[in-house]
Design a protein around this ligand. Structure first.
Ligand code: AMP
Length: 280
């Protein structure tokens, strides 16, 4: 496994691989890797001749009052996990390696980015699309692997790839959870012990909503209210949003008639946690 910091070096290697007829899988991450990331890496390993994992806390997707400075990092741990999983390259640039000072180009996906996380993080998806575009161009990947944990991100990337005819297949992967149901996240380590104990109640609230749907409820407002009520039983939690939108156009609906995304973001202490269920 090799570590690359320089973006031209990555692109040259990818070009060589492509020239040899090898397929390339890309797993974009912000590092502090856990079993959620590992599931994407394992799938990429099975489906491609070469696997590139990017490990980069991308500053352009953080807002001014967000947790860029405190985002957890441990490159040695990340390298060990990648090595164990047969990764060929970890791309680990510094922000100055990744962006020229006068970078002035991005991609904006409208509509899908307006609701859910986009409401409280208005510049987030522009940053995500910018860095993901660069990573696609540098890795020349045939396939890009993304988790359903960030369901809105997955939908936005799919739309961008479709709209701009990008020559890459987007592979969505299921959410990996802790034994108590909490969705694995690099940010979980920032929860206090007490917060960590109650954090699984977020998924429990979503599952409660799902059970209403399974029992025949189709009104979005009814299910949303029930999920909010469950979360609000915990005074330590503050709801950023609870939404039900069509999957995967993310359009607002009142009545459930097809596949929907039930998604939420909740603040617990210093940490903002997201989780979701896709209800077919
Ligand atoms: P991040 O490092 O948080 O930006 O995540 C990198 C990729 O891993 C994204 O595509 C995430 O959706 C995915 N991911 C993060 N956590 C999980 C999880 N618990 N299960 C599945 N995929 C995940």
């Amino acid at each position: 496994m090799i570590v690359i910091k320089n973006r031209k070096e990555l692109q040259n290697l990818s070009r060589k691989w492509r020239g040899e007829g090898l397929s390339i899988g890309l797993v974009p991450t912000m590092g502090y890797l856990h079993e959620g990331h590992e599931s994407l890496i394992k799938r990429a390993r099975v489906e491609n001749d070469r696997v590139i994992v990017s490990d980069f806390v991308n500053p352009t997707q953080f807002g001014p009052n967000e947790d860029l400075a405190t985002y957890p990092r441990d490159f040695d741990m990340d390298s060990a996990m990648c090595e164990r999983n047969g990764v060929d390259v970890i791309f680990h640039p510094e922000p100055s390696d990744m962006y020229d000072d006068d970078t002035s180009t991005g991609v904006h996906v409208s509509g899908l980015t307006a609701g859910l996380c986009g409401k409280s993080r208005p510049t987030h998806f522009d940053g995500v699309c910018q860095v993901v575009n660069k990573l696609f161009n540098l890795s020349l990947a045939d396939r890009g692997y993304f988790g359903q944990k960030d369901a809105q991100q997955l939908a936005v990337i799919r739309r961008m790839v479709r709209d701009l005819d990008m020559p890459i297949e987007i592979v969505g992967c299921p959410i990996i959870r802790e034994e108590d149901g909490l969705a694995k996240s690099s940010r979980n380590v920032r929860l206090t012990e007490a917060e960590r104990t109650i954090a699984p109640r977020i998924q429990m609230a979503l599952k409660h909503g799902e059970s209403l749907r399974k029992a025949g409820e189709t009104k979005v407002s009814v299910i949303k209210e029930a999920v909010c009520a469950k979360i609000n039983e915990n005074p330590e939690m503050t709801i950023d949003y609870v939404e039900i939108v069509s999957w995967d156009s993310l359009t607002e609906i009142e009545e459930i008639t097809g596949p929907v995304l039930l998604a939420c973001a909740v603040r617990l202490g210093a940490v903002r946690l997201i989780d979701n269920i896709i209800m077919e």
